[in-house]
Every structure is written in C-alpha cells, then in structure tokens.
Design a protein around this ligand. Structure first.
Ligand SMILES: Nc1ncnc2c1ncn2[C@@H]1O[C@H](COP(=O)(O)OP(=O)(O)O)[C@@H](O)[C@H]1O
Ligand SMILES: C=C(OP(=O)(O)O)C(=O)O
Ligand SMILES: [K+]
Ligand SMILES: [Mg+2]
Length: 448
C-alpha cells in the first residue's frame, strides 16, 4: 500500500472502458479528476454517479475533484486546423471560423500579445512566433507543427492574461452542476494569481452551497511569485506542470517544481504534482525509463498525490497508465527533506505520535470526526499507513487524497466508541491509537 496517493483524470478514454475495467482503474486510484474545460454538466454527472456506484460496491471512499477551466484563453469553434512548420497562421477575435483562421472569442489574447512574442498551444507542442498583432487579430509563423481543435488553450510565453478566476464559464458550469455539490470533494482553481482570486472562487462556491476543499493550481508566473500566500490560502496545492511548463522554460520547471513542493511541505499543506507523469503512455502500453524515474523521484520527496491527466483522460492505455503509476509507487523509498515545525500543542502531539509510532514500528489508528487530527498527523509524514475512522463519508473522501491516510467510514456515537470500533477492525498490534484531545486530555493507547 503506497503512502503517496493517486489521481486519474476522467475523460473520453475512461468513458470507453467496460465497467469491469473502469472498476479495475478505480481500484488503482484514491481520487478522480474531472476537467470542466472538457466536460458537459451531463458528463460530469454521469462520471460522478459511476464513481459513487463503485464506492458502494467496493465500500471504499474515493475523492471527486472537479477542475475549473479558469480564465484561460481558448480556441472557439473551428474544424481542426493542421499547422505545419513555417505556415502563416492568423488568429482572429471571434467565436467560430471555417478553419481558414483560428477563432479566439476572448479579447484577453489581443490585449497582451505583441510582435516577437511566442504563442504556445497543445501543452507547448505547437509553437508560433508573432509577426504582427492588432486589436482583434494576430499573425504568426509556426515554428513547429500540430493540429489545433476547438477548446484548446492559447498561451503567450512569459505573459499572464489580465483576467482572473472565476471565469464566466466557471460560474456557469458550477451553477449547472451545483445539484452535485455534495458529491464534489475538491474544486481546483486554474490560473489563480493570488489569494484574492482564490477567495473569489471560495465566495462563489459558498454562494452556490459547495463545501468543497479548494485546490490551488500553481501554473503561472504570478502564482509562483505569490507562492507562500497561495500555500497559505489553499487547502491543497498542485504543481500544474502543463501550463507551468508553458510559462517557464522546461529547463526551469524542475527548479520551480521543487520550490512549490518544499514550500508546501514546510507549511504542512497537502501538495500534488500533475501532468505528463507517464505522458508517452498516451500511445504506449509501457512508460519510458525517464518517466518511471520522474514518478519515483517526485514521490520520494513526499508529495501527497500524483495526478494522471491526458494519460487516462484521452490516452489509448488508461488502465495501463494507472497500473504503472501504482507499480512504481509500491517500490518508492522516501527521502523527505522538508517537514513543518510544529505550531501549537495539537501539532506537537501529532508530531510526537508520528515519531513514537515510527520508533516502535507501530501503525497509527486515529478516530477523527472532521479529519483535522488526521491531516495534522499526515503533515509530519508518517512512514507507515495511518488508519483513520470517521463517521462522515465526505471526510473519508477528502482524506483519501492525503499522505498515508487510509480512511474508513465508521459511524459511532462518541469518539471513545469510534476508536474502539476502529481498534477492533484494525487492531493487529503493534499500534498507537488516539482520538486526540477530549476534555483537555490527549489520550493515546499503545498496544504491542
Ligand atoms: N477530452 C478530454 N476530456 C477530459 N479531460 C481532458 C480532455 N482533453 C484534455 N483533457 C485534460 O485537460 C488538460 C489539458 O487540457 P487543457 O487544460 O484544456 O489544455 P489543452 O487541452 O489546451 O492542452 C489535461 O489535464 C487533460 O487531462
Ligand atoms: C493540471 C493542469 O491544468 P490543466 O491540465 O487543466 O491545464 C496543468 O496545467 O498541468
Ligand atoms: K483546466
Ligand atoms: Mg493548467
């Protein structure tokens, strides 16, 4: 059982799996991601229902994370536009085109782009140099090739658009899926620059009645500049390597990735790494040596979770990708170089518990109503599985994406009762068991 948690982005490829294979894929993850940039409300509902049906059958909580499109600039409606090296390409302000030019419905692109800029698309595979730019058009020359389809993101290298989340599309789709809010455990904010952006999304979610955790994707230069602030205001941090790799040169990406991981670990904030983990598996049943090593090395730093994106959303081998991620994680030797310093007495209790369990080679059992104590324990990076009993299934789902925590839904009418049930269900010695502080007393049961 890996301490590092696994997330698969759902999409057309997972939709095509027979139920048996879809369940095999879900057996290999701790949560699923639905990218609202590529899903209709109907698809969101169907995918969530399928995951909840799996949960009922397997009796195993899974986190559901929806990923906001964000204020990205995207191609409007167009037939696929095949772009060859050296080709002159025209972008025009507009909702749709016949394929003779690339339509972009939002002014934000034309406001920032200048002659000499580089436009990046398809996660950087398509690169175009701007030779002329106007208020509602851009002329560029392709320096690489690719096929541009509707909805693909358009990025100007090194520049952030002057727009902030929540985008109009975000408000619209969140409103349309708000009846599913109780089944949405995490909402990830794309292209946030600062905590003002995050708070704006939080306010919108509150207005719509969502109680979801907020995931902050670090994917722009502004976000990296405001990293500490964002680590503070987000419930979970993600190194979003897709867009990050467009806003920073790829040679800078490993440095930025480590800065985000170390800052999150130091503040005890859950952190994930997403995108291109096993990217070649979009078209291959096995990963490259470099990808296996990237997954191993990144996991060894102690991130809470790793996210498969295109590999499972629209790759040809979604199940194989999930299998390989698990196979690699099973073997990881952790080398965690950053840990938070304990804050208040509850932190010191949690830290002490982790150290004692480690010293006596015991498993930790925690009964945690809200999951707060369980998260406190996880941030000190126990190197053994932590079994968490909780009477709230939503807490169980949220904890599924946190380091080392194995949540179980255990209804109980008191902390004492809950802890006894957890011990009865898991109690192979040695273990340290606690429900934290009650009436001023921190109770720990140690069983050899
Ligand atoms: N058809 C799809 N269904 C679900 N998710 C998708 C689909 N296509 C791409 N994605 C997801 O969206 C992300 C990249 O797409 P996006 O952010 O829209 O940028 P772009 O598609 O322009 O590269 C990846 O995380 C990928 O997993
Ligand atoms: C996860 C990311 O965001 P998206 O794939 O939605 O662009 C990313 O950019 O890596
Ligand atoms: K997105
Ligand atoms: Mg992104």
């Amino acid at each position: 059982m890996s301490l590092t948690k696994r997330v698969a982005t759902l999409g057309p490829s997972t939709d095509r799996l027979a139920e048996e294979d879809f369940y095999k894929l879900l057996d290999l993850v701790d949560g699923v991601r639905i990218n609202l940039a590529h899903a209709s409300p109907g698809e969101v509902e169907r995918r969530i229902n399928a995951v909840r049906a799996y949960e009922r059958e397997r009796g195993r909580p899974l986190a559901v994370l929806v990923d906001l499109k964000g204020p990205s600039v995207r191609v409007g409606k167009t037939p696929p536009v095949a772009v060859e090296v050296g080709q002159h390409v025209v972008f025009k302000l507009g909702d749709r085109s016949d394929g003779s030019y690339i339509p972009v419905p939002t002014r934000a692109l034309f406001q920032v782009v200048e002659r000499g800029d580089t436009i990046l698309m398809l996660d950087g595979k398509l690169k175009l140099r701007v030779v002329n730019a106007g208020v509602d058009f851009v002329e560029a020359v392709a320096e690489s090739s690719g096929v541009v389809t509707s909805g693909k993101a358009v990025v100007v290298e090194g520049k952030d658009y002057d727009v902030s989340p929540p985008a109009e599309d975000d408000v619209e789709i969140l409103d349309k899926i708000s009846r599913l809010k109780d089944d949405i455990d995490y909402v990830s904010v794309s292209l946030a620059k600062n905590c003002k952006d995050v708070d704006a999304v939080r306010t919108l979610l509150n207005e719509l009645g969502f109680e979801s955790q907020i995931v902050v994707k670090i994917e722009t230069r502004s976000a990296v500049r405001n990293l500490e602030e964002l680590v503070y205001c987000g419930d979970y941090i993600v190194v979003a390597r897709g867009d990050l790799g467009l806003h920073y040169g790829l040679d800078t990406l490993p440095i930025v990735q480590r800065e985000i991981i170390y800052t999150s670990l130091s503040y005890g904030k859950p952190v994930a790494v997403a995108t291109q983990l096993l990217d070649s598996m979009q078209n291959s049943p096995t990963p490259t040596r470099a990808e296996v090593n990237d997954v191993y090395t990144t996991a060894s730093m102690g991130v809470d979770s790793l996210w498969l994106t295109n590999e499972t959303a629209n790759g040809s081998y979604p199940l194989a990708a999930a299998l390989w991620l698990s196979k690699i994680l099973e073997k990881v030797e952790y080398n965690i170089v950053k840990l938070p310093s304990p804050g208040d007495v509850r932190d010191r209790f949690a830290k002490g518990l982790v150290e004692m369990a480690h010293d006596i080679g015991a498993v930790i059992l925690v009964y945690s109503m809200s999951g707060t104590l369980a998260k406190r324990i996880a941030k000190f990076r126990p190197l053994n599985v932590v079994h968490v009993g909780t009477p709230d299934v939503k807490t169980a789902r949220i904890l599924s994406l946190i380091w080392a925590l194995q949540p179980a839904y255990i209804p109980a009418n008191s902390y004492e009762d809950g802890l006894e049930k957890l011990i009865a269900s898991r109690g192979s010695a040695p273990f340290v068991a606690t429900y934290g502080i009650r009436g001023g007393v921190h109770l720990v049961k140690v069983m050899f």
